[in-house]
Write a protein of this length. Sequence first.
Length: 291
Amino acid sequence: MRKKWLYPALYLAVAAMVLVGVFWYQSSSNDVADQLNEENQNVEDEVFIGQDDEEAVPVTSQGENLEMPVANQDEATIVTKYFDYDATDEEQESALVLYNNKYYQSKGIDIAKGEGEEFAVTAALSGTVTEVKEDPLYGNVVELTHDDDVTTVYSSLAEVEIQSGDEIEQGDVIGQAGQNSFGQSNGVHAHFEVRKDGEPVNPENFFGQAVSSIESAATTEEEVSETTEPSDEPTLEEEPSESGIQPAPEQDEPAPEDEGEAESDESGETDDTDEPIIDEESSSSSSTTQS
């Protein structure tokens, strides 16, 4: 303790220990920060990078908006509208399809381009191909299933470039527009339907809107259909072959006014044109008998 260098040495030792502690604290803080950054980077990589080091494709069907099933919407024209009971008389008239001397209410829209020009039909939404078939009335028919129990149907196709089970992205080509027997007056066109829980809805009401909006309006469509007479338009599933379709005959079966007329008809003594004369004779004879 008597030596002069002892106290400076103690001061230097304490200062060295303080400096070492400061350096150690800063180093540990930097390590923690680096570890947090690395964990955050790993989380981002797990979100955007798949197992094969490929960028993951997010599910966009929930955020997709319904589009016209054509590549260039500006060149497409709706030649037949969806039959809406709340529409004007003019719009309802444009939603009727004449087939076999009988009018049917359209359950979708018919799209044409120019004057009989062919065009590619594209997927209005991303989905799964659940059915591809050839119908004698509607031509080639393709059905796509989407989220929220929504399906889209494309018919009157001349060629189909997909098959059942394929995963289709919005805008992918499904086939080429063609002609069919049911909408023969429209020439080359594509018939497009949107269905919610199997019930058709008006596609024009949902163009540019999300798939979830179709569910909110489906109840309204069903309420309207319940309060009105059902349409007799043949559906894609229920329509028989073209050769088996005949217009319903209009049969007016007159109800007999009394039993006397029925007995006269059964006996075959007179025909229907003489019924008024029979009534007059019977009435005169009865009056003569009473007198």
